[in-house]
Design a protein around this ligand. Structure first.
Ligand code: ADP
Length: 303
C-alpha cells in the first residue's frame, strides 16, 4: 500500500490581518507542513496520514476539518475530551517575526500514549516521518513508546525518516536534547538535519561532520540542509556527495524551508529519483516556499 504517515504536533496559528483588533487563524507545525507539501507533491495513489492527538472541542474539529480539506488523512488522530490543540501567535514588529506559544498542555503531547492506536496508524504504511519536535513534546515514557514502535515498524520493512529539528526550549536540558535526538536518529533510515542548528548544539565543524555523526549514531543515510549553502548527502555506503543550492533571488519568509525541502526530497525518492535528484527537488521546492509569506505556500507547489 502506498501510505506515508507523518507524526507530530499541528498548532493553531494566530496572525495579524492588518485590521486593528482582527486576527486570522491558520494551522501549521513542522511535521504537518511536510505532510501538506507531500500531499501536493505525491500522486493520488499515495495516502498521506497525519498522526497526532487533538481535543473534541470546536477548535480541534476545525483543525481536523482543515486537514481533511487539504487531502490529509485524519483516521489515526487521537481525540481527547479533556484537552485541546496548542496555539501560537505571530507578532510582526518592524518586519521581524516573534512568536508566543500556548502548547505546554496540548493534546498532541499524548499522541503516543495509546500504543495500540499508534501501532494501528503504522500498520500498512511504507514510510513514517517524524521530527525532534515530535520527540521533544512527549513525556520521557512516551518517547520510549514511540521510538520502540518506530523501531518495530522499521524491522518489519517500513522506512523511518527523521528531521532532528533542534528546539532547545522544548527540552529539559541541552544534554537531554542531544541524547534523545541521537537515539531517535539511530533508528532512522534517512535523517534530514539542518547544519546551522546542529553546529550550535553538537559543535559540528561542517555539514559533513553533522552527516557522519548521525550515520555513526545509526542512521542509514543522511541529507544535511544548510540554508543557501550546499546540501551534503551521505549514502548508505558512507560516500559523501555535495549538491549546490541556487541562492533564492528574494527571501521573503524562511518559515517551513526545511519542512518543504524534506517533502520535495521524499516525493522525488518515491518517484524513483536518486538522492542527488531528491536533494535538487527539495531545494527547488524550498527555494519557492521562502519566496512567499507563511508556512503553507500553495503557489510554490505547482499543484
Ligand atoms: P531550516 O528551515 O530547517 O532551518 P535551512 O535553513 O537549512 O533549514 O533551509 C532548508 C532548505 O531551504 C535548504 O536546504 C535550501 O534548499 C533552502 N534554502 C534556505 N535558505 C535559502 C536561500 N537563501 N536560498 C535558496 N534556498 C534556501
Amino acid at each position: 500500500m502506498k501510505r506515508i504517515v507523518s507524526i507530530g504536533e499541528c498548532m493553531g496559528e494566530l496572525s495579524e490581518t492588518g485590521v486593528p483588533g482582527q486576527l486570522s487563524m491558520g494551522f501549521a507545525g513542522d511535521t504537518l507542513n511536510t505532510a501538506w507539501y507531500l500531499r501536493r507533491r505525491l500522486p493520488v495513489d499515495w495516502t498521506v496520514d497525519y498522526v497526532t492527538a487533538v481535543g473534541t472541542d470546536g477548535l480541534s474539529n476545525r483543525m481536523v476539518d482543515f486537514l481533511n480539506g487539504e487531502g490529509i488523512g485524519t483516521d489515526h488522530i487521537r481525540r481527547l475530551s479533556d484537552k485541546t490543540i496548542g496555539l501560537y501567535y505571530i507578532e510582526l514588529k518592524d518586519g521581524e517575526r516573534s512568536f508566543a506559544y500556548w502548547r505546554s498542555d496540548s493534546a498532541a503531547k499524548q499522541l503516543a500514549r495509546d500504543v495500540e492506536k499508534l501501532e494501528l496508524a503504522l500498520t500498512g504504511a511504507s514510510i513514517a516521518y517524524w521530527s525532534g519536535i515530535t520527540l521533544a513534546i512527549l513525556a520521557p515514557a512516551d518517547r520510549i513508546t514511540l521510538i520502540d514502535a518506530l523501531r518495530g515498524f522499521s524491522a518489519r520493512g517500513g522506512k523511518v525518516i527523521f528531521d532532528s529539528n533542534l528546539r532547545p526550549r522544548l527540552w529539559e536540558s541541552p544534554d537531554d536534547m542531544r541524547e534523545w535526538i541521537t537515539r531517535a536518529a539511530s533508528i532512522a533510515d534517512l535523517c534530514l538535519p539542518s547544519h546551522e542548528d546542529e553546529a550550535s548544539w553538537f559543535g559540528d565543524i561542517d555539514a559533513e561532520a553533522t552527516a557522519r555523526r548521525y550515520q555513526r549514531a545509526g542512521a542509514g543515510r543522511v541529507a544535511v540542509k544548510n540554508g543557501a549553502g550546499e546540501i551534503s548527502l551521505l549514502d548508505a555506503d558512507g560516500q559523501l556527495i555535495v549538491v549546490p543550492v541556487e541562492p533564492a533571488a528574494e527571501v521573503v519568509d524562511t518559515t517551513a524551508a526545511g519542512d518543504s525541502f524534506n517533502a520535495g526530497f521524499i516525493a522525488e525518492e518515491l518517484a524513483g529519483g536518486t538522492m542527488v535528484k531528491a536533494a535538487r527537488a527539495g531545494a527547488a521546492l524550498a527555494g519557492r516556499v521562502i519566496g512567499a509569506r507563511g508556512a503553507l505556500v500553495r503557489q510554490a507547489t505547482g499543484a
